[in-house]
Ligand binder design. Sequence first.
Ligand code: ADP
Length: 166
Amino acid sequence: MKINIIIGDITESDCDAIVNAANKELRGGSGVCGAIFKKAGWDILQKECYEKGPIKTGEAIETKGYNIKAKYIIHTAGPIYFNYSKEESKRLLSNSYLNSMKLADKLGLKSIAFPSISTGVYGYPIEEASKIALETIYNYKPETLELVEIVCFDKNTFNEYNKNAR
Ligand code: ADP
């Protein structure tokens, strides 16, 4: 499985699925979530999200991509950093990546694009979060997945992921 770290806007991704850094309620929000909802079509995506949600932290569910190029949007709720112990945050963040990749494999997908989950409003320090994300992705044994892209929205995030890239 190839792993690419790139700078860009995840809503423009050519991957089969893009991951949304969602909240547990699957309510359209700010940050990457807002960008995805806006591009997909807010009301139609919200409708499917409310039918499938709420989810627990670390879980993942899929919706259609609607007006986004990707066939699926995989919604996962990363941890709000200050709500948990360091160890629990780590476990939950890793679960978000793991469960999203498992779901992509279950759907028979070849490629998935991740944003930097929890490192925006949810306050996860990027130095720690990037290590956990990459460790989880490197350790994953894919079934149909051939490509994982980490789409960084800013240079600092991109640099931090690259520090921990193999
Ligand atoms: P969380 O609530 O999980 O912290 P945020 O959306 O606040 O999620 O931030 C997660 C990351 O997504 C941040 O690094 C933010 O800069 C980034 N981001 C925001 N918009 C986009 C986008 N369109 N594409 C990719 N990443 C984005």
